[in-house]
Design a protein around this ligand. Structure first.
Ligand code: SF4
Length: 136
């Protein structure tokens, strides 16, 4: 096994197995919505006791900036819900991009990912500070 591959595996799994993972980490996920339009029988959401809702915009911006300042560069915009139930998803993507995140991803059941919303998300994902300056 190459040293590079060995180091990548060690970095990935030591972080997961550690009782106190090193911080800052490069990756995180953030829950932009914990609503869902499906009811998959295998899903842990059914046992969720916290209130359902959408992330507060100001809170999202603050956490995303603080995490970036700590070295996070990859962000997943989902945890216990369907991200497209948040109608501001494209704005959240744009904010992540503006802050400087290098890799922004999500997992979706796809039912609400209409062509219009995918275009909005795609445009936000391909925006940059440069393009934001040009369009505002
Ligand atoms: S689509 Fe995903 S979040 Fe929604 S119920 Fe199914 S597994 Fe859970």
């Amino acid at each position: 096994m190459s040293e590079e591959l060995h180091n990548r595996i060690r970095e990935r799994y030591e972080t997961r197995l550690s009782v106190e993972p090193p911080f800052p980490t490069k990756r995180m996920k953030i829950e932009v919505s914990n609503y869902c339009n499906h009811s998959c029988i295998f899903c842990g959401r059914h046992k969720m006791t916290k209130q359902s809702g959408l992330i507060d915009g100001a809170f999202y911006k603050r956490i995303m900036q603080e995490a970036f300042d700590e070295g996070v560069r990859e962000v997943g915009l989902f945890i216990n819900g369907e991200p497209f139930t948040n109608s501001k998803l494209h704005e959240l993507i744009r904010i992540a991009k503006q802050i400087g995140y290098e890799y922004i991803y999500l997992t979706t059941n796809g039912a609400l990912a209409t062509p219009k919303r995918l275009k909005e998300a795609g445009r936000a994902a391909s925006s940059s500070n440069e393009t934001m300056r040009r369009t505002t």
